[in-house]
Ligand binder design. Structure first.
Ligand SMILES: Nc1ncnc2c1ncn2[C@@H]1O[C@H](COP(=O)(O)OP(=O)(O)OP(=O)(O)O)[C@@H](O)[C@H]1O
Ligand SMILES: [Mg+2]
Length: 329
């Protein structure tokens, strides 16, 4: 099964300021703000929804096709993704702009000042999914994740007209889209992924009830953080899948993306909904245990031991023959 992952690729620059921002804001003097914070920590992390999901699929042994717009600075990130099984041959490289970048400074009270520069991502609307589809000899499933809003709408329309099954993952971009646009992103999806909050936002913005949304998609997966996820399929009983056991909770950033990668990998292996969610939950726990969204690694053996511990023998035995992690047996 050839899976294409469309969406953002970004680099995150995360800084820590060992003071309080509010001590620098002088009441009555905010008309001419010119502030520079001397920070004492900087970490640079690879991110972006599509890159995170593609990395997760690669970590599980698949070879996902990345459909994204990147910048002139992509070389390092490219070799990282390629080393982890991601096919980056079809990315669109901007001639002028840098890859999207997120800059965030956090002070000692956990207040944040951040900027997101979309850069090359705003050229993602130039990508034609049909060209990628033809070049790889047919995409079997495309997941459309947060990206330039026009690109998300274009990819969804292309998937529909080319008959490529698609998974809708509007996540953060839902905040800036209106009801009509959200309808276009989810109508006819094979899979709809949202968290609990985004599910409510979908209903509020589209005016569709929960049942009406479910009528328009084949399967709806709603993640509930530490409470696991709920899978609904028309005419089938609702499934609830708990989270996998964790060793530690370090940084939740990227758990949603990781969950999607595990779910889709198990789908490609031909496993059922419940197994898909269990593999998703397991890999999400790996992300939770690491600082950064692409810093985890596991051998096949380790992953299966942990899956067995969380979800039992039947789950581990079904997944084991399929897992071929690039991190080793
Ligand atoms: N605290 C947790 N402990 C264990 N697993 C978790 C935890 N939080 C999330 N997960 C796993 O990750 C999945 C997705 O989490 P969540 O619902 O928080 O996604 P999200 O809100 O889209 O997150 P984000 O967009 O910040 O990555 C959950 O269904 C679960 O499997
Ligand atoms: Mg999310």
């Amino acid at each position: 099964m050839k899976i294409a992952v469309a969406g953002s690729v970004a680099t995150d620059h995360l800084m820590t300021f060992p003071g309080r921002f509010r001590d620098s804001f002088v009441e009555g003097s905010l008309d001419n703000v010119s502030l520079s914070f001397l920070v004492d920590g900087l970490v640079v992390r690879r991110g972006g929804c599509a890159a995170n999901i593609a990395f997760g699929l690669g970590a599980l042994g698949l070879e996902p096709i990345l459909v994204a717009a990147v910048g002139i600075d992509f070389a390092d990130y490219n070799s990282w993704l390629t080393r982890h099984n991601v096919n980056t041959e079809h990315v669109f490289t901007s001639q002028e702009q840098h890859t999207a970048r997120f800059l965030c400074t956090t002070d000692m009270e956990l207040n944040q000042i951040a900027s997101f520069y979309p850069g090359a991502m705003s050229e993602a609307r130039m990508i034609e999914l049909g060209v990628v589809h033809a070049a790889v000899g047919g995409v079997d499933m495309v997941i459309i994740t947060p990206d330039d809003p026009d690109a998300m709408l274009n990819h969804t329309a292309a998937a529909r007209s080319l008959g490529i099954p698609f998974a809708a993952d509007p996540s953060q971009q839902m905040a800036r889209m209106d009801g009509e646009q959200i309808k276009r992103l989810i109508d006819g999806a094979e899979y709809l992924f949202t968290n609990e909050y985004e599910k409510a936002l979908t209903e509020q913005k589209t005016g569709w009830s929960s049942d009406e949304v479910l009528e328009r998609v084949k399967v709806r997966i709603t993640t509930h953080g530490a409470k696991g996820c709920v899978i609904e399929r028309r005419g089938a009983p609702v499934l609830t899948v708990p989270v996998a056991k964790e060793h530690s909770k370090i940084d939740p950033t990227g758990v949603g993306d990781a969950f999607r990668s595990g779910f889709l990998a198990a789908l490609a292996w031909g496993l059922g909904d419940e197994r898909c969610a269990q593999v998703g939950a397991m890999i999400a726990t790996y992300v939770l245990e690491h600082q950064g969204t692409q810093e985890y690694r596991f051998t096949d053996r380790e992953f299966i031991i942990r899956l067995r511990d969380s979800f039992g023998d039947a789950s581990a035995d079904e997944v084991a023959p399929h897992l071929h992690s690039p991190f080793g047996k």
